[in-house]
Design a protein around this ligand. Structure first.
Ligand SMILES: [Zn+2]
Ligand SMILES: [Zn+2]
Length: 202
């Protein structure tokens, strides 16, 4: 694969607005369109992160390598960097075919861009983390791909103390307060199976 152009555009292009990102929430509850524009405007500032072009190229390659081109063509999906996304590494809006990746998270863990992208790509086929999702995880790994069920941590640390993992599907729920009886009677929303409790390090 060639990464034509090497994506060095940002380096020679020093704009005079370093803190454009720090606008004071002027448009709380803003329209999605405006948010999307911000996303694109800010994408160039993350020098260590792959450009959108590069992401689309990886999407095409992953689609071929791991999904047998079952996913929509790159032209038919939207991939975005988001500075606003602080609650997760990535997000997929299945019906709208939008994949959004957190700059915060990936500036911290740049080596995880590909696996987040792959994870969100699965969501284009499977909106949840159920058995079918896991089937794809396995399939991708069998073909040498690296993909995770969950990102390492929230992009912005929250004060979660407890983690409950479904014994069947592996879905994780984190809470600040311990569930009653250590989650003994808690059930996974999807499979209604019990969970295992883990205390998170502060
Ligand atoms: Zn997911
Ligand atoms: Zn479950």
């Amino acid at each position: 694969m060639s990464s034509g152009g090497r994506g060095e555009g940002a380096a020679g292009n020093k704009q005079e607005q370093p803190e454009a990102a720090q606008r004071s929430g002027a448009t709380a509850g803003t329209a999605a369109g405006a948010a999307a524009e911000d996303v694109r405007a800010e994408a160039g500032q993350a020098a260590r992160l792959p450009s959108l072009d590069e992401l689309y190229q990886r999407y095409e390659r992953f689609n071929r390598l791991y999904f047998e081109n079952l996913l929509p063509r790159a032209d038919d999906v939207t991939i975005e960097w988001s500075r606003r996304m602080t609650s997760a590494a990535g997000r997929c809006y299945t019906k709208r075919r939008i994949i959004r990746l957190s700059t915060h998270y990936h500036e911290k863990f740049p080596e995880e861009v590909d696996q987040t992208l792959l994870h969100e790509m699965i969501h284009l086929l499977v909106p949840n983390h159920g058995p079918l999702f896991h089937l794809w995880l396995r399939r991708i790994r069998e073909r040498g791909g690296v993909v995770q069920r969950y990102s390492r941590e929230r992009a912005t640390p929250a004060k979660y103390r407890w983690e409950y993992t479904c014994r069947r599907c592996g879905a994780v729920r984190r809470t600040q307060r311990r569930l009653a009886h250590g989650g003994k009677y808690h059930r996974c929303r999807q499979c209604r199976v019990g969970v295992t409790e883990k205390r998170l390090e502060p």
